[in-house]
Unconditional design. Structure first.
Length: 369
């Protein structure tokens, strides 16, 4: 008999955790596991998951998202599905799944995609951590996407070291011929030429991603590099503020805020990928960019990173390090024979395969059922 896994996630919009769930479902052993999904915020990944033949339930409240009716419906649906195990992702889903799973005596595996540092921690973040402290022992297993995320939660919440397990995110490696073909077609679609130098970034438009800093860096970089463009994929509460910043700096023709888009269509058009976040877990956008052979520039608070080895398979620069980032971009732009992208693809092939990720999750599911 197949083991029934219920995946509960706060959002199926464009995002790293959402992409991880889709890839996991796509590569799980369907001979051994039966999957269903519950989400609170539908989005493009809902249709992608449904295309796999997997049922997706959307739970909404009557007055607000997390009102009493929402909680009642969520508990009732979980009880009706009667899963052998719950796998949850993102904060609200993790919290509610842990509580309801404990009540219904269903094993829960919570996935942690991000730690929190002091600089990026908002009032909302502090409140969430306060709530987490009461329910941190409820899940049967906790999956951290990187060693850094594991250490943060281990130190902050004193989670049993045997309960928290690192499973690195995984991505597919596209063929080089596919990348070359998509590069030409996407650049043509966007009205870009082969001579344009395209800097790309992907992420939810929230303060912690530090996109305003990226735009300010680009404003200085483009003064000496007129053929440069900055493309940012993602949506969120910062969209209007970033649009106003683009207008203020008179970069309307050079900075494209594309909203939620399928990032895999855009990576081939980029010449490099930049991530300016104050703090990240194991970013799916970074892994995807590396799989396309892009040189990557990643903000990092210290010299150690879970994926990037500086000047080997990518570049690291200090958070808010404007001068350092501009120098790296200039270096990448000037070196047409840059081999660091090939090393990035090799890193993905050797360490971040999606099949390996799926097998690791399946092992954990087997352990708790």
């Amino acid at each position: 008999m197949k083991k029934k896994i219920l995946h509960i996630i706060s959002s199926l919009k464009i995002g790293g955790a959402e992409s991880v769930l889709f890839q996991l479902l796509k590569h799980m052993d369907t001979e051994r596991f039966e999957n269903e999904v519950i989400c609170f915020h539908p989005g493009p990944n809902k249709e992608k998951i449904e295309s796999l033949g997997i049922k997706v339930h959307v739970i909404k409240g009557l007055i607000s998202l997390y009102d009493p009716l929402f909680l009642f419906q969520l508990r009732r649906l979980i009880k009706k599905i009667n899963p052998d195990c719950i796998h949850s992702s993102l904060w609200a889903a993790n919290l509610l799944s842990s509580i309801i799973g404990k009540d219904l005596k269903v094993p829960v595996i919570s996935a942690l995609h991000l730690g929190v540092d002091k600089k990026s921690q908002s009032t909302v973040g502090k409140f969430r951590m306060f709530l987490d402290s009461f329910f941190v022992d409820f899940p049967n297993r906790v999956i951290a996407v990187s060693q850094e995320v594991k250490l943060f939660h281990f130190k902050k919440f004193k989670i049993d070291s045997e309960k928290i397990i690192v499973v690195k995110n995984g991505v597919n490696l596209p063929e080089k011929s596919t990348i070359k073909s998509l590069r030409s077609s996407m650049r043509a679609t966007l009205g870009l030429t082969d001579n344009d130098f395209i800097i790309g970034s992907v992420g939810r438009l929230v303060p912690g991603k530090n996109f305003s800093f990226l735009i300010s860096v680009f404003a200085e970089f483009v003064e000496k590099n007129k053929n440069s463009k900055l493309i940012i994929l993602g949506d969120g509460p910062e969209m209007q503020r970033l649009q106003e910043l683009v207008q203020k700096t008179q970069l309307q023709g050079n900075v494209l805020l594309m909203g939620d888009q399928e990032a895999s269509l855009f990576y081939p058009a980029f010449d490099c990928f930049v991530m300016t976040s104050f703090q990240e877990g194991l970013s799916m956008a970074l892994l995807e960019a590396m799989s396309y052979g892009l040189p990557t520039c990643i903000a990092c608070s210290d010299s150690d990173h879970d994926v990037i080895v500086h000047k080997n398979n990518g570049f690291l620069f200090p958070v808010d390090g404007k001068t350092e980032l501009i120098e790296l971009l200039q270096q990448i732009m000037s070196d047409v024979d840059f081999k660091i992208g090939d090393q990035a693809r090799r890193t993905i092939l050797e360490k971040f395969g999606v099949s390996s990720m799926a097998r690791s999750y399946e092992t954990i599911f087997d352990q708790v059922i």
